[in-house]
Design a protein around this ligand. Structure first.
Ligand code: AMP
Length: 218
């Protein structure tokens, strides 16, 4: 069993790598962005605040995110490793995660940082389409990532939509926040000798090969 973290700028494609891994191997996929988007569907006052936060390109508070993670880890009984997608995003979250896992006699085994140029991440963000039903991700700017039929999910026939936080304004804000808040945690994991940097300008299959190669190392 391995616990894995994916770190990348908004729009890079970390969700796609997590999907590829969960399709091929037994993992629990924990996306904090997904948990937040589910919470937003409740449409209460708390949900409206969350929606405003993510659409303006800000991070949700550590307190809220850590509550979501606590609930998830407490109820995750299957014994398989967890892929953390989009978490931690701050040093405070990284430290809290280590404590939570230590209480369960577990640790983080691998951290993947998907490196990409800002312009490429922006292009991927602006082209991203998500299935409103099964959440599968597509991209209208790349032939190998387009759906077979425009606007329709290949897998379940659901309607494809653009995420409300996939705007240039939110992207620019998130990019700056990434540099300030998230990049410092790379040093934290590098010191622990569990960080792997991958050139994410490659296509998703080649990135996935690199991830698999690393995970197969003993
Ligand atoms: P993602 O699906 O990972 O792109 O996340 C969508 C949005 O949810 C992010 O842009 C943040 O506003 C928020 N979010 C997701 N994960 C975190 C986190 N670990 N800490 C704070 N905010 C988060």
């Amino acid at each position: 069993m391995k616990n894995i973290i994916f770190i990348a700028v908004h729009g890079t494609g970390k969700g796609t790598q997590c999907d590829l891994l969960t399709e091929k191997y037994k993992f629990n996929h924990l996306s904090t962005g997904e948990l937040i988007r589910k919470a937003i569907k409740k449409q209460d006052d708390f949900a409206k605040d969350l929606e405003k936060t993510i659409n303006s390109g800000k991070l949700v508070s550590d307190e809220v995110v850590l509550d979501l993670i606590n609930d998830y880890i407490a109820t995750n009984q299957s014994g398989e490793g967890i892929i953390f997608d989009g978490f931690p995003r701050t040093l405070n979250q990284a430290l809290a995660l280590d404590k939570l896992l230590a209480n369960k006699k577990q640790k983080i085994d691998n951290v993947f940082y998907l490196e990409i140029a800002k312009e490429e991440a922006l292009k991927r963000t602006m082209g991203r389409l998500i299935c409103s039903n099964c959440q599968k991700s597509y991209n209208k700017f790349y032939d190998n990532l387009k759906p077979k039929q425009a606007g329709i999910c290949d897998v379940c026939g659901g309607k494809l939509e653009q995420r409300s936080d996939d705007t240039e304004e939110a992207f620019n804000k998130l990019f700056d926040t990434f540099l300030e808040e998230t990049l410092p945690i790379l040093d934290y994991y590098e010191d622990k000798n569990i960080l792997t940097k991958i050139d994410a300008s490659m296509n998703q299959e080649d990135i996935f090969k690199k991830v698999e190669e690393k995970l197969k190392e003993v």
